[in-house]
Structure formats: structure tokens, C-alpha cells
Ligand binder design. Structure first.
Ligand code: UN1
Length: 493
């Protein structure tokens, strides 16, 4: 049963001005799910105007009151967790337990961000002059533009929009074309929670027709983007030239290092979960294992056996381990890499789409393992964003760390070892935004900063105690109560 959905602009649910629409589809069955406005510049203009208007009142609403609305949204999300998770699995394919986890991140983030409404600490410091008071406070930036991907269609909008709104900004939100329905639920819930009209505006459509006009729009002051490195860098270039603040979360090529003293059964479970969970479509997914030469063959055998056991199917089936890829072009991209990999390493599991029986209608791809892959091979270096794992032999921890740090990306890395010296050296020397010890590369918790180095980001961190940083300006305030001219750096020198 399909449904029609509308943009949300200035507190009204409205179609695209052009009347054009697009559809989202169930990647497990190909079924059309819903019809959404295919918006364009004029819709972005309307959304920015509504956000600018709403900013006047919202920024003056006390932060604890703004935060209460976000808290209420968390309560609504919690009450609807199961329905939201099912809608997510239908819309983008990940298995139900993972979809529940994605929704849970939204709940966690709502409660965490709501708490900031009663903190949002500033800093006071003594003035160098007598009878003068000095402090720094956070101020909202204005209208923020939020552009989100399909792989975490609830968690990622939560990381961005909840802190942005608590901080007193208003927002224009453009979700990925593959997962508009989750963005609709997210927005509807905030409306129900009591968000005033215009504070959050939802505009569906493509990157070219909605995303680019947002980046160009003089009324949008911050762009917060999660997605591919190529698109992110283009946004940074254009937005930077226009003087905007651009906060980016982009690709990853996350490695798990396995030392020869590691618990290989534990490492195997963690590798399989990190590499094939969400069908490999996490920025944090493990796509390469840097394994000590002494245990490479044993670990490769174990991981291969595990990959072959995983059951493909609809994410709604409780027995399914791995759901479909999100769309056909992802299948094509993944398969192109697998063909490259076949020339670079030894194919040990998977290696092609799965089309038997009920799988024929969906975008399924077999969990794929390559062993004996050279560290410089394309499948060991480039982001694939699918269920493809490259196992690379290393001779030492130093070599593993060097390979990890030479990557274009720097989101997450992990080490399996029983040796405290290796663990602490890895914690110190791995140049990624997230490091795990005896744990896979996925599963970041919302109350720690999330983001990466090098091609993964541009220095910003989302969530955690850093959540307000992309969405606030620091304002330093001096209050002189001396009643006379006082000249800093001069009268007291
Ligand atoms: C992402 O893939 O962009 O750490 C987000 C994790 C999840 C979030 C992933 N909590 O794997």
C-alpha cells in the first residue's frame, strides 16, 4: 500500500511548487512504497524564508524550553520504536535488529541533546581591568542546512538536527532520495512534540535540485553533510567560497588489526559483524583486516566460513543476517570492485549478487571475502560501501598502523590483541577519529564525539560533548561597570 508524502515548510505540509514527485522503493522486493515531492530551488527558497522568520522567536525561546520539545520527541520515538524500525527496514533494507538500533540512536540522541538545554555551558574569566566582567557564551548560528544519507536514516538526522535545534538554530532538512520516509517520520514527530512552525523545514528532492541550492543559498549559514567524500568536498569548496561553515562526515576504509596473540574466535565474530552488518553500508564498516602473518590463514578460514553461513533475505525476516543493498547502482558499484578484487587477491567467499528464489526481486549481494590481498590493492584502499572484506597480511603492529594511517580516510580503526602494550600503542598511534580495542569498527555511542580525520571529515565532530560546536558561534562579552573609559592593554600595562 503506497502513500503520498509532502514537504513541511513553515508548519504546513505542502507539495513541491512544480507538482513533480518521485518514489522510494523496498530494496528487498522492488515494491514502490511512497510518492514524495521532487522539490527545487523555489521550494528551498520558501523553506529558508520560513526558517529565517522562525529564527527570530526560536533563538529567544529559553534553551531548556527548546530542549523539552526535543525530549518529548525522544519519548514519542521510544513509543513508536518498533513501527519506525519496520518502516526503516522496508525503506532501506537493513535487518530489523539493526533498524531498531538506528532508531535507538535517535532516542539516545534526543535525551542527550535535551540535557544540553540545561547545560550549554559558557566560560567566565576575570578581566584584566578593574570593575569589568568577562564571559563567553554560545550563540546559535542562524539557519542550518542538513543533508543526510540513507544508511542511517534516523540516527544521522538526530545527531545533526537535535543539537542544532536545542542550540536555537532553525533548519532546512534534505534527506537522501532513497530514504525520504524516515525523514518524514522524524519531522512529523518533532511537529507532534510541539516544535513551532518554521523551526524545522523538510524539503525532499535530489542533490542537484535541492542540495546544491541549499549550499548556494545566502540565507543558510551552516551546511552539515554526511555522505560521500566527493560530494562533501564539492560542498566544502563551494560553501567555503561563499563563507559558510561546512561540517562534513564522509567516507571510511576502516581496518581491524588482528595481532598473533588475539582471541581469533572473538575477532572473527567482530569482523563479520563490522563487515557485513548493514550489508557493509556503514561509514564505520570494516572493509579490511590487517592480520599478522602468523595467524592470517587461520583467521581467513574462520572469517570465510562465517561469511558463507550468513543468511541473505528480507530484513523483516527474523532469520535473516544480511539484507539487500539499498539500490541497483550500489549492486553495480560493489560488483565492479569485486571484479577488480578478483585480480588483486584470492576470492574466498561470495563474489556476486544473490538471485535465487525470493532474492531475485531485490538488490542482494553475497558477503564477500578476499584473502592475501596486497596492502596497496584497490579493494584494500578505496571505499566500497558494500559487503566486501579484504584481508591483508602484515608482519608487525608498526606495519599495520602505518598501513592504516596511509589511508585517504580516518574514521574508525580497531585492534584485537591480549597485549596491553600493543593496545596502548595502537590507541596512541592510530590516526582515526574512533579507535576500538577488542571490538569491531562499528557501534559508536551517541555520547562520544563521532567523526574522522583526513578524507573522512574536516575537523568537526558530531554528537558527544562536541555536539553543539558545528551549530554555535562563541560570543565573548565584556561588561565594564567602572563608569569611566578603561583601555585594555594600555591603562594597566
Ligand atoms: C554511519 O555509518 O554513518 O558507529 C554511522 C556506528 C553507528 C553509526 C554509523 N553508531 O556504526
Amino acid at each position: 500500500m503506497s502513500q503520498n508524502f509532502l514537504n513541511y515548510i513553515g508548519g504546513q505540509w505542502v507539495p513541491a511548487r512544480s507538482g513533480r514527485t518521485f518514489w522510494n522503493h523496498d530494496p528487498a522486493t522492488g515494491e514502490a512504497l511512497g510518492e514524495f515531492p521532487a522539490s527545487a530551488l523555489e521550494d528551498v527558497d520558501a523553506a529558508v524564508a520560513a526558517a529565517a522568520k522562525a529564527f527570530r522567536g526560536w533563538r529567544l525561546t529559553p534553551a531548556p524550553k527548546r530542549a523539552e520539545i526535543v525530549f518529548r520527541a525522544g519519548e514519542i520515538i521510544r513509543a513508536r520504536k518498533e513501527d519506525l524500525a519496520r518502516a526503516m527496514t522496508r525503506e532501506m533494507g537493513k535487518v530489523l535488529i539493526e533498524a531498531r538500533g538506528d532508531v535507538q540512536e535517535g532516542i539516545d540522541m534526543a535525551y542527550l541533546a535535551a540535557g544540553e538545554g540545561r547545560r550549554m555551558y559558557g566560560v567566565t574569566t576575570p578581566s584584566e581591568m578593574p570593575d569589568k566582567w568577562a564571559m563567553s557564551v554560545r550563540a546559535p548560528v542562524g539557519v542550518v542546512g542538513v543533508i543526510t544519507p540513507w544508511n542511517f536514516p534516523f540516527a544521522i538526522p538526530s545527531w545533526k538536527l537535535m543539537p542544532a535545534l536545542v542550540a536555537g538554530n532553525t533548519a532546512v532538512f534534505k534527506p537522501a532520495g532513497d530514504t525520504p520516509e524516515m525523514a518524514w517520520h522524524f519531522t512529523k514527530i518533532l511537529e507532534e512534540a510541539g516544535l513551532p512552525p518554521g523551526v524545522l523545514n523538510l524539503v525532499f528532492g535530489s542533490g542537484a535540485e535541492v542540495g546544491n541550492p541549499m549550499v548556494e543559498h545566502p540565507g543558510i549559514h551552516v551546511i552539515s553533510f554526511t555522505g560521500s567524500t566527493d560530494v562533501g568536498l564539492a560542498i566544502a569548496g563551494r560553501g567555503g567560497a561563499l563563507g559558510k561553515r561546512i561540517s562534513l562526515e564522509m567516507g571510511g576504509k576502516n581496518a581491524i588489526i588482528v595481532m598473533d596473540d588475539a582471541d581469533l574466535a572473538h575477532a572473527t565474530d567482530a569482523i563479520a559483524w563490522s563487515a557485513f552488518g548493514t550489508t557493509g553500508q556503514r561509514c564505520t564498516a570494516c572493509s579490511r583486516v590487517l592480520v599478522h602473518g602468523r595467524v592470517h590463514d587461520e583467521l581467513a578460514d574462520r572469517v570465510t566460513a562465517k561469511a558463507k553461513q550468513l543468511k541473505l533475505g528480507s530484513g523483516l525476516e527474523p532469520t535473516t543476517d544480511v539484507g539487500p543493498l539499498v539500490n541497483r547502482s550500489q549492486v553495480e558499484k560493489v560488483h565492479a570492485y569485486v571484479e577488480i578484487g578478483a585480480k588483486e587477491g584470492t576470492l574466498a567467499a561470495g563474489g556476486g549478487p544473490a538471485r535465487d528464489g525470493a532474492l531475485a526481486k531485490g538488490h542482494f549481494y553475497r558477503p564477500t571475502v578476499f584473502r592475501d590481498v596486497p596492502a596497496g590493492a584497490r579493494i584494500a584502499v578505496e571505499e566500497i560501501f558494500g559487503p566486501v572484506l579484504a584481508m591483508v597480511k602484515v608482519e608487525s603492529l608498526e606495519q599495520a598502523i602505518e598501513i592504516n594511517n596511509a589511508s585517504r580516510y580516518g574514521l574508525s580503526a580497531a585492534i584485537f590483541t591480549r597485549d596491553v602494550k600493543s593496545a596502548f600503542a595502537a590507541m596512541r598511534d592510530l590516526e582515526t577519529g574512533i579507535v576500538y580495542v577488542n571490538h569491531g569498527t562499528t557501534g559508536a555511542e551517541t555520547h562520544l564525539p563521532f567523526g574522522g580525520t583526513r578524507g573522512t571529515g574536516n575537523g568537526h565532530r558530531e554528537a558527544g560533548h562536541t555536539m553543539l560546536d558545528p551549530f554555535t558561534e562563541w560570543k565573548s562579552i565584556y561588561v565594564d561597570f567602572s563608569g569611566r573609559l578603561q583601555r585594555a592593554q594600555i591603562d594597566n600595562a
